[in-house]
Design a protein around this ligand. Structure first.
Ligand code: ZN
Length: 403
């Protein structure tokens, strides 16, 4: 089956008809549809699908054993996300298996296709939750108690989707059977287009994290409360937004407030609470720390000045990732030999590959995104580039899995 045929099958699942963006949140109906599609496609290819205890799907080509070569990505999305983020890596893995089967390749080391759950953290707040649980980076009890915006816990959501949350936890047996992981992903940023390259290889991932900031003030009347008497958390929040932008720019980092809740949310009232989420990323820990510290201290000072109570809590942190040098060289060599030389890129985007890199030699391939826009319905990759990605991934799997 061609990449394009596979792509068009998956394309409508979980897509919002109005925005054109994807709402593939983990353990929802859209997620179930994507998972069912993946399982069906894997089984059609004779792959044995085995979910792990955390809800990640593993489709085995060859018996599980030592040194399997894993590839894949995730099927969930951010709110109104693009179609390529995650899905491209999963569909490309299936299409690469087809290319290899067409040429009668039979792997010496098993090849296993992975579809990770809750990579974006869009529903339960912790990105790469499926891979973090697999490697033991998040405690199972902590994960089970995570809630979505409606107050539904991960344990409840999993149960409702027919998955036993008691099975959540690290899986040493599975991990120890994986010799290498190669994740193909749409480029998030615009480094490949200006240099005319369809593919890139990842050097590493910036350290990054999410922080929840709570600004508590006092609700009041927008038409009568004098400025001097107000305890307006929105003003303090606004200071924090600008501080984040300035501090990040000064430190060569990135900082974003993309989610904010104002309570009670009346258009003619001073609000009582602003809750906002800061996403910050930097080339190194020192610059990340400096950026967040500035946001924190500006928020504290402004809170005092406006009679607002401020608190901040780190929701997640991902240390810097340097992908395995030897594997990167080998992948680069395979691509060069296939006439698809790919430059080496660092990225500020987190990935399951970044989590697995702590335990397994890991590499990433990026497929050119002409506008660089991601986490948006405008995210795009040309079909020809996707097909080049599939050929590259197939060549890498062929090299790594032998045969
Ligand atoms: Zn992704």
């Amino acid at each position: 089956m061609s990449f394009a045929d596979l792509w068009h099958e998956l394309e409508p699942l979980g897509r919002d008809p109005v925005t054109g963006g994807y709402r593939r949140y983990s353990w929802t109906q859209a997620d179930a549809a994507c998972r069912a599609w993946f399982i069906n496609q894997a089984e059609k290819r004779g792959l044995a699908v085995e979910p792990d205890g955390n809800g990640n799907l593993w489709a085995w080509w060859g018996p599980p054993g030592a040194d399997a070569i894993a590839t894949g990505s995730h099927l969930d999305s951010v709110p109104d996300g693009g179609g390529f983020d995650g899905a491209l890596g999963v569909v490309s893995a299936l299409a690469a298996v087809d290319l290899l089967k067409d040429k009668n390749f039979s792997p010496e080391r098993a090849v296993v296709l992975a579809a990770f759950t809750e990579e974006e953290g869009a529903r339960f707040g912790v990105p790469c939750l499926g891979s973090r649980l697999l490697t033991g980076a998040v405690h199972p009890d902590q994960a089970r108690a995570l809630t979505d915006d409606a107050g539904v816990t991960l344990a409840e959501a999993m149960t409702a989707a027919g998955h036993d949350p008691a099975l959540i936890g690290p899986d040493e047996e599975l991990l120890s059977g994986i010799g290498a992981f190669v994740e193909l992903h749409v480029e998030q940023g615009r480094a490949l287009e200006p240099i005319g390259s369809a593919l890139g290889v990842a050097q590493g991932i910036w350290p990054h994290g999410r922080w929840r900031l709570d600004f508590a003030g006092r609700a009041d009347h927008a038409g009568t409360a004098r400025f001097a008497d107000r305890q307006d958390p929105m003003i303090v929040y606004a200071r924090a937004v600008l501080a984040a932008r300035h501090a990040a720019a000064e430190n060569g980092a990135l900082a974003t407030f993309g989610k904010v809740i104002a309570e009670p949310g009346g258009s003619n009232a001073v609000c009582s609470l602003v809750r906002a989420w800061l996403d910050a990323r930097a080339p190194d820990e020192a610059r990340l720390e400096k950026t967040v510290t500035t946001v924190r201290s500006v928020s504290e000072r402004a809170s005092v000045a406006h009679g607002v109570t401020f608190s901040v809590r780190q929701e997640s942190h991902t240390p810097v990732v340097h992908f395995d040098e030897a594997l990167r060289q080998r992948v680069g060599g395979v691509l060069a030999a296939a006439g698809a030389a790919a430059p080496v890129l660092a990225t500020g985007a987190g990935h399951d590959a970044g989590v697995l890199a702590a335990r397994v030699p890991t590499a990433m391939l990026f497929v050119r995104n002409p506008t660089g826009v991601s986490h948006s319905p405008a995210e795009h990759a040309e079909m020809a580039d996707c097909e080049a990605g599939v050929r590259a991934l197939a060549a890498v799997l062929e090299d790594l899995a032998g045969g």
